[in-house]
Write a protein that binds this ligand. Structure first.
Ligand code: SF4
Ligand code: SF4
Ligand SMILES: [Zn+2]
Length: 352
């Protein structure tokens, strides 16, 4: 049972890791904003990461959508200034093979179901006997308080080059998925790896918060289109205040990027080149938030697949319950009522 430090309300749907309720985020933002900033600062200083996106330095970085102006270190922790020059750590990731079908967010609708056969799928049905090369980048451009993979912050992998990584694609590797953390702060690395890897006939897919450099995203989209892959956008919130509270960074670039790519859905509708998902964080992502996201998607192209994902308590929000079944069903109904045609509920084993 958490308590809101603004209105005093108590509920199992208020996380003490944040200490603010959804109504106060929406209705009392001026009081809430400094509290939100302090929560993110505390969560990041444990990992020696800057509290906010730096805007006052002389060294611009544009690899992801944050567009830091760096004095000492970028928001992701990978770019830093040394002897007056901007430097970067790159190729920081963990990789492994995952047999298909995976629990990938788009696995209900992507080429691994066989829907791209024979051009993009290996089999006329689920690609049993083939595998996915999972590439987990260990940095991020957001600071989600519910991060489901927060341990990337304490990983210390040996850097690996795109050439070395592309060699992990063998004849049974039907697809690559770049995720993390987020691929955004190492996006160039993922694109170089993809340019080499697709020559071996593998699909390339990205799972991302969407806070990306738009030109690099266009290149990634071309590679996904050509290979049969999918770009999976995690649309965490629609309301910018909710996004800033939960993720520490605005969602405006994510929404712009999603629109830019979603408008090209028709270039290859099967298998879908773009898929959206939203984590149903109880108490914070309610059906109103889902309705706004779903309307946004439907306004771009109602065929874009959308996955509603059940939440598991993690990181700063480990005191929340998992997603109630009732919320998932209400959210599902709302997505259908605004016209989306391909909606899925993921992680159903977590519903209660
Ligand atoms: S990586 Fe791409 S093709 Fe493979 S299972 Fe995930 S979405 Fe499907
Ligand atoms: S990759 Fe993104 S978060 Fe990292 S320094 Fe560059 S702009 Fe900032
Ligand atoms: Zn409140």
């Amino acid at each position: 049972m958490g308590k809101c430090r603004v209105c005093g309300k108590s509920s199992i749907y208020i996380s003490d890791g944040l200490g603010i309720c959804l109504n106060c985020i929406r209705d009392r933002w001026e009081e809430v904003e400094p509290l939100v900033k302090a929560v993110h600062r505390r969560a990041r200083e444990k990992f020696n990461l800057p509290a906010e996106v730096p805007r006052d330095g002389q060294h611009p970085c544009t690899e992801c959508g944050n567009e830091c102006k760096i004095k000492t270190i970028g928001y992701c922790g990978l770019k830093y200034v040394e002897s007056g020059k901007l430097k970067k750590r790159d190729g920081l990731l963990e990789w492994y093979y995952d047999p298909l079908p995976t629990n990938c967010v788009a696995a209900f609708t992507c080429a691994a179901t066989g829907c791209g056969y024979p051009k993009y799928s290996r089999t006329n049905g689920v690609e049993y006997g083939y595998k996915n090369l999972a590439i987990f980048y260990t940095a991020c451009s957001f600071n989600c308080l519910f991060c489901q993979n927060w341990h990337f912050r304490v990983c210390n992998p040996r850097p690996i080059t795109p050439e070395e990584l592309a060699q992990k694609v063998d004849p049974r590797t039907a697809c690559i998925c770049y995720f993390g953390g987020d691929p955004g702060p190492q996006f160039i690395h993922s694109i170089k790896t993809s340019e080499l890897a697709i020559k071996h006939g593998t699909r390339v897919c990205w799972e991302t918060n969407g806070n990306l450099n738009p030109s690099l995203l266009e290149r990634a989209f071309e590679l996904a289109l050509e290979s049969g892959g999918t770009i999976k956008f995690d649309l965490k919130a629609y309301d910018e205040r909710v996004a800033l509270t939960l993720c520490g960074v605005s969602n405006r670039r994510t929404l712009d990027n999603f629109k830019r790519i979603g408008e090209r859905f028709n270039e290859r509708p099967v298998p879908p080149p773009v898929v959206a998902s939203t984590l149903l964080v109880p108490g914070y992502i309610d059906e109103h938030e889902v309705e706004q996201i779903a309307r946004f998607i439907a306004g771009i192209d109602p065929r874009i697949p959308y996955s509603l994902l059940a939440f598991y308590p993690q990181f700063q929000m480990d005191d929340l319950p998992t997603t109630p079944r009732e919320l998932a069903l209400r959210a599902y109904e709302v997505t259908k009522s605004v016209g989306l045609v391909n909606v899925h509920i993921g992680n159903i084993h977590l519903l209660w």
